[in-house]
Design a protein around this ligand. Structure first.
Ligand code: C5P
Length: 404
């Protein structure tokens, strides 16, 4: 229920704007009062008249409209609300928000507000994947802006599929309820300690070269974020990644597998440990202290096995977290291999995913998970890594709440 909540809805210029009319209705049904701002682009898709008729108050459109400034004014619009929702949040709006622009009513209000902001991105999948959008999105996430979607599926452009569809109105409503309820309600992981490993490890060959892998750290970082949002005290132990340090989370930066193990052991005890890092299986047994010179002999690298951090923690007699969760990135017989890994490493759950070439999962934005536990296998839909993180965190909360 959203009884008495005031929501300011910013409607950007995308075809998904038609769903925003339904969103207003769904919010009102739950008792919320909705005010709407339509950007110039938004007005190409739906009219201020339609928005005003549904919201029960005229839609706001112009920064320098003397009537708006006299009645309400952009600062009041920004403040007289409990939450600002941007739906659809276009690539352009995200860029403006990330850059702190204020050249129209929507961007000015977004810069002037001190209230929580939720974005529901909607754009063509290529725009969503573009490095500029990734960069802007990472900045917004680091600023603490909440996000719902985008979902995978068919695009308005005929024949196009991918991640970029705006979340459905009821999904946006659920995210709003969680955000507004979450501020005062009980957080499901309050008082719990969670360790997350993330990213690759770098194993030195000599002072300038190293062995690495393609892990981006996106999934691990998203899990740390979701656990912290659910109230947990999170320690994120990360290999070298290009992601900003998430706010409000203890972060330990490490390079090698052995450093990662040491950091994990230092972070114990914990209720839950999630091992999302792609730890290098081998290291160079004796890294050269000086740079190998080209043109002489080709160095023959002798490798040594790295410690298995997941297996080490899952097998501990003391300070073993109640829930030890591993990942299994496989390219074939995904579920079968994950089941074997669950047994071999003595962990509680394995999140298995297919990272064969062409799935775009390694380093990508979305993930399809098979959750393998002693009770069986459950396949989740292909969804953004952030959603995978949220689903995992609610599973964790439910498992910890069950009497053992
Ligand atoms: O055996 P494999 O590398 O496929 O297992 C993957 C799982 O084990 C992941 O959860 C990964 O974080 C963890 N792992 C680890 N230490 C290693 C190798 C893998 O924690 N040395």
């Amino acid at each position: 229920m959203l009884q008495g909540e005031r929501i300011l809805l910013v409607i950007g210029g995308g075809i998904a704007a038609y769903k925003s009319l339904d969103l207003i209705r769904r919010l009102q049904e739950r008792g919320a009062a909705v005010r709407a701002i339509l950007t110039k682009g938004g007005q190409q898709f739906i009219t201020p008249l339609a928005v005003g008729a549904i919201a029960g108050e005229r839609a706001f459109t112009d920064l320098f409209d003397p009537r708006s400034e006299f009645d309400v004014g952009h600062i009041r619009l920004a403040r007289e609300t409990d939450l600002v929702v941007v739906a659809p949040a276009t690539a352009d709006l995200l860029a403006k928000m990330a850059g702190g622009h204020a050249d129209d009513l929507a961007s000015t209000v977004l810069l002037a507000t001190d209230r929580p902001v939720l974005i529901a991105p909607a754009m063509n999948p290529r725009m969503w994947e573009h490095a500029a959008t990734r960069r802007n999105f990472a900045l917004l996430a680091a600023d603490g802006i909440a996000c719902v979607g985008p979902n995978a599926g068919a695009m308005a452009e005929r024949g196009e599929h991918g991640v970029g569809r705006m979340a459905e109105p009821l999904e946006i409503v659920a995210a709003i309820e969680q955000l507004l309820g979450g501020n005062e309600g009980v957080k499901p992981l309050q008082g719990r300690r969670v360790i997350v490993t993330s990213g690759p490890t770098h194993e030195p060959i000599d002072p300038v070269r190293y062995i690495a892998n393609r892990s981006s750290g996106r999934q691990g970082h998203a899990i740390a974020r979701a656990a912290a949002d659910a109230g947990a005290e999170v320690t994120l132990i990360s290999g070298p990644v290009d992601l900003p340090d998430p706010a409000g989370i203890n972060i330990v930066h490490v390079e090698t597998a052995r450093d990662m193990l040491e950091a994990v052991e230092k972070a114990l005890p914990a209720d839950v440990a999630v091992f999302a890092a792609a730890v290098a299986d081998w290291r160079v047994a004796a890294p050269n202290t000086r740079k190998f010179k080209k043109g002489t002999e080709v160095p023959a690298l002798v490798l040594a096995e790295n410690p298995d951090i997941l297996a080490a923690v899952a097998g501990r007699k003391s300070k073993r977290p109640a829930l030890v969760i591993g990942f299994a990135a496989e390219t074939e017989r995904v579920i079968e291999n994950a089941k074997m890994k669950l047994a071999r490493k003595h962990c509680d759950w394995i999140l298995a995913n297919d990272v064969s070439e062409g799935t775009g999962i390694m380093g990508g934005e979305s993930n399809r998970i098979h959750l393998v536990t002693a009770d069986g296998v459950e396949t989740w839909p292909l969804q953004p890594k952030r959603e995978v993180a949220r689903m995992l965190v609610s599973r964790i909360a439910a498992a910890l709440a069950r009497p053992s």
